[in-house]
Design a protein around this ligand. Sequence first.
Ligand code: ADP
Length: 401
Amino acid sequence: MKILVINAGSSSLKYQLIDMDGEKMLAKGLCGRIGIDGGYFDHKTADGYHTHYDVQMKDHTAAFAEVKKALTEGEGKVIDSFDEVTAIGHRIVQGGAIFDKSVLVDEKVIADIESLIPLAPLHNAAHVQGIRAAIETFGKDVPEVVVFDTSFHATMPPKAYLWGLPYEYYEKYAVRRYGFHGTSHRFVSKRCAELLGKPDAKGTKIITCHIGNGSSLAAIKDGKVIDTTMGLTPLDGFMMGSRSGAVDPSAITFIMEKEGLSPAEMDEILNKKSGMLGISGVSSDDRDVTKAMTEGHEMAKLAWDMREYQILKYIGGFVTALGGVDAIVFTAGIGENQIQLRKEIMENLAYMGMTLNEENNNTRGQEIEISGADSAVRAFVIPTNEELVIARDTKAIVEAL
Ligand code: ADP
């Protein structure tokens, strides 16, 4: 069974074709700048073929036509025709309080995703465009499944997902913590439970640290999320590449008043100009900030220290929320590759009996236990694979039809 995984943005479309017999990625790529000038297309196969060229795509349907060409024709071909695609799995950012699991797409599901557009204006509107374009391309007979970033966090209790605001805003506008990166937290926590010898996750207390451009932590008890750092949008929590993370709310209104900023302008600053970039002034990319820090850049060092301190505070809070912790997992671009950050975090957790296996920690991008044999809390690096989670959910739903 071959499944096409789609992540549709407002002007982009990422795809990955996965052969579920052996769970092997066959090809993946990106349609960039859809509907705007400077469009491009990038396609890679598992065999190492890579092509990148400029092409204008007027909408997501045109993008699918480009994907079809790349997958079925020429040197980058991995299938003979789109008929070989059994089902399509879409990544959806915001499932709100409606979706607590992945579901098969029908008109009601599309309408429900549209109803959540106010909670994720850029993302959900684009996802609906992606779903409609896929239906247009593949026809109604090819099943489509939607997998939500939020749904793994649906088990959070109200005491964790509500803020101390007038309750009417929750009732009127569904303002609450939803949490994101759910597919990643689900994938790595499940794998961690297996590594702990408890595949059903019963009796386990795990903290998963998804640290990439966007970052979040989740506290997971018995396989269920009890708290997470991201909120109504993927902005809450600790400092990220260019996102601020948590800030005293009145600092925001204060700056808006002083600078005469509109909500949209402030939103742009909080999402695009803050975090590691905003403090260091160097870059939002961790590699650039780390390089600057090692060369003696003081603001890069401050940004690094702030992020680490904030992560440690959340870990401490989540240990209390869980009533202890069996294991901590590091994943995503930074979590899988940033040896120094992992080392410093673990050394700061010595108070809870954490020890480091320095040799194992000196590796990148591979599954490995990085705590010492004598450690009271275990720690792992587990590479995430959100596309595979989407493909697995899609397969399970299609097989149950
Ligand atoms: P997202 O999916 O949120 O865009 P990723 O999980 O891909 O982000 O993480 C991107 C971040 O990971 C970047 O800041 C980048 O610097 C960092 N990163 C990626 N690869 C490496 C590496 N080999 N060493 C250190 N950092 C890395």
